[in-house]
Design a protein around this ligand. Structure first.
Ligand code: KG4
Ligand code: ZN
Length: 356
């Protein structure tokens, strides 16, 4: 069985074809970074137009890379939310049109579920597992009970972790997207301890009970530190120290909240598995800290390969496989959802908006 997956919910136009044995037969990702970089962030209208311009070519490219003809595709999956609605509609309509023209099933994919299930493509991770989902739009801790069944333990009260990386990077004069650039610059910091002492940053919510995050205070603190640096062009050495301190503060806050969740999870389910996914899961320092945490609790640790952390078509196609083999297909009148929580019963959090 194989599924073609389409991802257009943010600034990556991506198409992939994946089989039920986890073989990636094709994966094309077209990043729009250059188009948005001049604005320092994603401009929804530009994103939607760019998806429209490139999607057809990517679909034909993926088919040709896979060696499959259109009638040989068993199902068509597309991200139908949450995300920037203009882009979501473009990918969703393309997926529906392909499914209708071929008389094959259509699978409406929740982008967050796609991040959540990606690690199962390469590894046998049984349900339930504990998930830290950290991306540009979301920071959540969830129990993944099954495909389509989630229990949210915690979420952010304001900014998402990736958003914090991106906003702080902008304040530090680093190019968009901020997360990868902060990580690269932080590697130049020779003495993390000195960086921590010179740039003390808050570690929001840590030490408190519960599983929620808050990252907006970090951005304010970074702005204050940058404001105190000498006028003029920021020095590479200062920025590498600040980037290092920031990365460490974000990692610390994530680990603190995850530790509470690990204890809660293990009390109910035993040792189990811990999964991290989403764009921020590409960060080596954060992966390392999470691995250490899970080792302390004798939990298995899983993270997707780096290229599958940020948005891609494989995660959508794989979710299509997970759903198709359970008969969980969608009608062609499925409506795109700008907001689509994985756990609809979770209490909304003030200020979190679509990030809840
Ligand atoms: O999952 P993703 O591609 O898109 C969303 O669904 O939001 O995540 C993008 C986010 C951005 O905020 C980006 O700065 C962050 O992931 N990111 C990173 C790294 N690579 C991407 N953050 C920290 N370190 C990285 N290496
Ligand atoms: Zn994403």
């Amino acid at each position: 069985m194989n599924v073609l997956g389409i991802e257009t919910s943010c600034d990556e136009t991506a198409v992939a074809i994946v089989t039920d044995t986890g073989e990636i037969k094709a994966s094309l990702v077209l990043s729009q970074i250059a188009e948005h970089a001049v604005f320092g962030g994603v401009v929804p209208e530009i994103a939607a137009r760019a998806h429209l311009d490139h999607l057809d070519t990517l679909i034909s490219g993926a088919l040709s890379d896979s060696g499959l003809s259109l009638p040989e595709v068993d199902g068509f999956a597309a991200t139908c939310g949450p995300g920037l609605i203009g882009g979501v509609m473009i990918g969703m309509m393309a997926g529906k049109a392909l499914a209708a023209s071929q008389g094959k099933p259509f699978i409406a994919v929740n982008h967050l579920e796609a991040h959540a299930l990606t690690p199962r493509l390469g590894e046998d991770i049984p349900f339930p597992y504990l998930l830290l989902l950290v991306s540009g739009g979301h920071s959540q801790i969830l129990v993944v009970e099954d495909v389509g069944s989630y229990r949210r333990l915690g979420t952010t009260l304001d900014d998402a972790a990736g958003e914090c990386f991106d906003k702080c990077a902008k304040i530090m004069g680093l190019p968009y997207p901020g997360g990868p650039n902060v990580e690269i610059i932080a590697r130049n910091c020779p003495d993390p301890e000195a960086a921590r002492a010179r740039f003390p940053l808050p570690r929001p919510m840590t030490g408190r009970p519960g599983y929620d995050f808050s990252f907006s205070g970090l951005k304010t603190a970074v702005r204050a530190h940058v404001g105190k640096l000498p006028e003029g062009e920021l020095k590479a050495e200062d920025i590498s120290q600040l980037a290092c301190a920031l990365q460490e503060a974000i990692a610390f806050a994530l680990i603190d909240r995850c530790e509470n969740a690990v204890q809660d999870f293990q009390a109910r389910y035993g040792k189990g598995a811990f999964v991290v996914s989403g764009g921020v899961a590409a960060n080596a320092a954060i992966r390392r800290s999470l691995r250490d945490l899970t080792e302390r609790y004798e939990m298995s640790f899983h993270a997707p390969p780096i290229q599958l952390c940020s948005d891609n078509g494989v995660m959508v196609a794989w979710t299509g496989i997970e759903r198709l083999r359970r008969g969980m297909t969608s009608h062609l009148d499925f409506a795109a959802r700008p907001r689509w929580p994985l756990d609809p019963d979770a209490e909304p959090r003030h200020g979190a908006g679509v990030k809840a």
